[in-house]
Design a binder for this molecule. Structure first.
Ligand SMILES: [Zn+2]
Length: 490
């Protein structure tokens, strides 16, 4: 069993500082050196070297999965190449969790016990793994176990592609060395963004460790702005909707910070949001696309296009009958294969997002394929506030709040052209009326805490609206908003 934590009441920082009861986050030096070198070589020659690495990794992954995962072996008898694997969804993986991994010590009971304690965030689990949870956008929260090899791959991609300008940038070059980082996101639980950020903070040796600050996106926007004003971060890391709302405050003179870079993820970034951010902060805005299932799927080039890390991840863009769509066409089904993680394998995993591969190569010269992502795109609500000012309610804050307080994931909050909100629930939710009421109570308290006044919350019997085409569920919709915020770091 994991050494895990012994102090469930204390914060991670307190407990860590107090007695070292926490297993340090996993870091595999051998894997780190190997993957850094290979990622660097693939960056020089994505098609040739990158293709060779991809083929070797895929072959190793299939061998390891078929020999070590009872679940994959049972449902894909005789599979030898990727196309032999039946697509699989999170629901099935979570329902067969104990048979999924290639390590029999990875069990649902043990993993759930670990993530139940927020004091263990970024601790090594079973002495060698990192664990994070996904949000329940699709109605099924997931539990993802990262081994040393997959973490090394994320580190290499982050350092060389996401944060570097191409190749050769070391992890320490972009991380640490006196820079001040502020992370505004879903914190307090084992969410991928928080866990990754906390791991990086802890694995960098003390003299080089960066100054890091965590701010909960559940805080009212004005309080987030006050914290940022006091911190004056060099790098601001957040979701597009939150970044855009903060940029608006900066433009209005209510915030005055001068970050050198803004790193975005977790949602779709709209062109309007990018313009707002660049004009307010006048700095580099770096977008990325990732998911709990593979943390660094694509990185953004200088031209603002997302390039797929196809030496480390396979994305298949398919139609509804699971046939490949042509470049330039939007997928109906997107399948992800994680080439880095052989402990909890993901082969032909159904992603919620839809993707389109560009038909033409990118003018930036980078040969990694260009993709366009249609992902999470909820709206920011604008409500009347106590002092006559508008109160912005960020979609991820509201979604996290409802999930945490009620356990519900298939819900929808709609704002029409007025200030009232309508609450809808998926009809499959048992005891809908009581669940709606619990949702209403949670949302009402949240709005009050954010200074919104005069908003009525109406419980609706209607089913949530689905997105045309994809059938995806947008959980926070502002009918009066023009913004259509892309998705990355969950
Ligand atoms: Zn490009």
């Amino acid at each position: 069993m994991s050494r895990s934590c012994t102090s469930s009441g204390a914060s991670a920082g307190q407990a860590f500082a107090a007695g070292g009861h926490h297993a340090p986050p996993p870091f595999d030096l051998g894997a780190w050196l190997r993957t850094s070198t290979e990622t660097w070589a693939a960056g020089l020659d994505p098609v040739g070297a990158g293709g060779l690495f991809r083929d070797r990794r895929l072959s190793d992954l299939i061998d390891r999965t078929m020999s070590g995962s009872p679940l994959y072996r049972r449902r894909n008898r005789g599979a030898r190449c990727l196309a032999d694997f039946e697509p699989i969804a999170k629901t099935e993986l979570m329902a067969n969790f104990d048979e999924w991994a290639t390590d029999r010590a990875v069990t649902l009971l043990a993993a759930e016990a670990f993530v139940a304690d927020p004091a263990c965030i970024a601790d090594a689990w079973l002495d060698r793994y990192l664990v994070w949870t996904s949000s329940g956008t699709s109605g099924h929260p997931g539990l993802f176990v990262q081994d040393g090899a997959s973490l090394a791959a994320y580190d290499a991609i982050d350092a060389q592609r996401l944060r570097g300008n191409g190749i050769g940038t070391s992890t320490l070059g972009w991380w640490g060395l006196g820079r001040r980082f502020a992370f505004v996101g879903a914190i307090g639980g084992h969410f991928a963004g928080h866990v990754s950020f906390e791991r990086l903070r802890r694995i960098v040796p003390a003299p080089l460790a960066p100054e890091t600050h965590m701010i909960s996106v559940l805080e009212p926007l004005t309080r987030i702005a006050e914290r940022l004003q006091a911190i004056r971060p060099d790098v601001l890391i957040t979701y597009p909707s939150c970044g855009a709302a903060l940029a608006q405050l900066q433009a209005e003179g209510l915030l005055n910070i001068a970050p050198q870079e803004v790193w975005l993820g977790g949602e779709q970034l709209s062109p309007a949001q990018r313009r707002t951010l660049q004009s307010a902060f006048g700095c580099t805005v770096r977008n990325a696309y990732g998911a709990s299932e593979f943390y660094s799927i694509a990185f953004e080039c200088a031209l603002g296009h997302l390039h797929l890390n196809d030496d480390w991840v396979v994305l298949e863009a398919l139609d509804a009958q699971l046939r490949p769509v042509s470049p330039g066409e939007l997928s109906s089904v997107t399948l992800l294969t994680n080439l880095a993680n052989q402990t909890q394998p993901l082969l032909r995993y159904r992603l919620d997002d839809l993707v389109r591969f560009a038909a033409e190569p990118c003018a930036c010269g980078c040969a990694f394929p260009v993709i366009e992502v249609h992902g999470r795109c909820d709206d920011t609500l604008q409500l009347p506030g106590r002092d006559g000012r508008r109160v912005s309610i960020l979609p991820l804050a509201l979604e996290t709040l409802v999930e945490e307080r009620t356990g519900l994931s298939r819900f929808q909050v709609l704002q029409g052209h007025g200030a009232d909100l309508e609450l809808r629930l998926d009809p499959t939710v048992p005891n809908t009326r009581a669940a709606l009421e619990a949702c209403r109570v949670a949302v009402a308290a949240f709005l009050e805490g954010h200074g919104a006044v005069g908003t009525r919350i109406v419980l609706s019997r209607r089913a949530p609206m689905q997105q045309a085409g994809s059938g995806k569920l947008r959980r926070v919709i502002n009918a009066g908003s023009q913004s259509r915020p892309q998705r990355v770091r969950a």
